[in-house]
Design a protein around this ligand. Sequence first.
Ligand code: GLU
Length: 503
Amino acid sequence: MIRVRLCPSPTGLLHIGTARAALFNVLFARHNNGEVVFRMEDTDKERSTRESEKDIIDGLKWLGIAWDEGMEIGGPHAPYRQSERNDIYTPYIQKLLDQGNVYHCFCTAEALDEERKQATEDKRPSIYPGTCAKLTSEEVKERLDRSTPSTLRFRVGTKVIQFHDLIRGDVEFDTALIGDIIIAKDIKTPLYHLAVVIDDHEMAVTHVIRGEDHISNTPKQILLIQALGFEIPEYAHLPLILNADKTKMSKRKNKVSLNEYRREGYLPEAIINFLGLLGWNPGTEQEMFTFDELVQQFTIERVQKSGAVFNLEKLQWINAQYIHALSREELMRRTIPFLIDQGYLQSPKGDMIEAPEYIITKSGESIGRDTLAGYIALEQERAKILSEIPPAIAFCFANELMYNPALLSWKETPVDGTRDMLEWANLILKDIPDDSFTATKLEEVLKEAISQKELKNGMVLWPLRIALSGQQNSPGPFEIAQALGKEKTLHRIEHAIALLPLK
Ligand code: GLU
């Protein structure tokens, strides 16, 4: 049975790299009918927070990433938070002490810092010089009796560690370059390397799939695994995620927290699609993938070795495809929170986002759900992200549009000509019954009338569009008229006519 682990450290908001690693683990597990364990790696007490845990869990759930046991749902290896597993770790740490793999290190933080500085000055790697490795058991006992603070250090020794990485092939490390490492604060409190190794063993993890930044940790962990007599799991180190300039993805050049993409109105299914292609490709031209399609096609063999560039335009393009494909109703449901956030709608109560009959605008007007869906649909073809939609349809909500009346005139048309065109269009539109006030019908009727009168489209349609939207760039006049409905459309045309100065 294949078992993988999601094991974020709660030291910040959910990072894109963490989400990608979680996704690849889940894809691999599901593709192979395996299981997913989710544990929280909070051994770094100073930097770990519950807010970060919440952000990570919420973010993964929002993406639709699910696990079979672990945080929140429990399971046979509970607890799943490392800081609550001390009793589980103690016997293993004791075993390492008894076997002599681990020794007490009494070096102070200051002394170690000093040594690090010296190493940098001498331009040599900073390796623990082994000061406490040579203490006799009497010396150790004496210091412990005096309660001298200590940590537990693992004898790394000098050998060559080889392992086969499922993505990178054979990897070799010379442990002489590592030096003895601190693996626990005390008998109950392991640090990262040891906690990972014990938990992977306890939780029967078969495959460790993680970012390439962990590859240099692997030899240390393998040494611990060997010392404890555990089975070595399979390793797969995922390619780094890079900025467009091929440097390691960083906050300065990209948004790195999933939250930011969520807030801008990227859809979870689009992000999954995009992350799935961040270092993996199907070997075909296919670019659009549902989660299930990714599961079906995902194999580790098709994960690339070289860094994966985070291409924001591609993410936007994928997101736009998903926005286009939503039903009107679904697009409305997903856009409402953005309209509320940006102050166009009042926060609906309770489940109104799910099923509002009427929605209250900021100015206290109530509009029907169908009308709102119509406004939002105006931008469906154009929007790349949901947060772009509210400002683009803001003109729909206004009672009285404010704009410079000079905008109404098409090219060089004089004011009188523009007024004539609007009055004429108004008469024609008035005759169209409410229930056939659709973009298609309006276009058919108006264009027919324009051609009969031997006018140019722009002479009528430009002022009409400005009258309806008040802005230079907007969707077409027929679509807007349909979205606004007959009453609001005629009102806006009359308002425009009134704005045009008389001779
Ligand atoms: N907790 C580690 C991190 O968040 C992951 C460790 C691992 O995958 O082995 O970077």
